[in-house]
Design a protein around this ligand. Structure first.
Ligand code: FES
Length: 107
């Protein structure tokens, strides 16, 4: 079960085990990670599961779909080149140790 690190906007790291096949968003919600709202439940419709993924991890993630790219224009904190939607990122074994940063707010 890959360990994923979520770093809050104020710099606190929370490490959680997320089963392969879940999304980052599902793992965050199931483990009570603050800072992910996920109002649409993973339907790529709310942009409240915004995370920031730095290189080199960003290069290991699946490419962004046009729908995710469009929705990233609607995040509460403006998107950056590191922005992704955590409901669109499936957890896989090679993502062991992935670190994602959480924006200051989701709504
Ligand atoms: S949970 Fe709504 S877009 Fe990700």
């Amino acid at each position: 079960m890959p360990k994923i690190n979520f770093v809050s906007a104020d710099g606190v790291t929370r490490t959680v085990d997320i089963p392969a096949g879940w999304t980052l968003m599902e793992g965050a919600i199931q483990n009570g990670v603050d800072g992910i709202t996920a109002e649409c439940g993973g339907g790529c419709a709310c942009a409240t599961c915004h995370v920031l993924v730095s290189t080199p991890w960003a290069e290991q993630l699946p490419p962004m779909t046009p729908a995710e790219n469009d929705l990233l224009e609607c995040t509460a904190v403006p998107r950056s080149p590191q922005s992704r939607l955590s409901c669109q990122i499936p957890v896989t074994g090679p993502l062991e140790g992935l670190t994602v940063h959480l924006p200051e707010r989701q709504t």
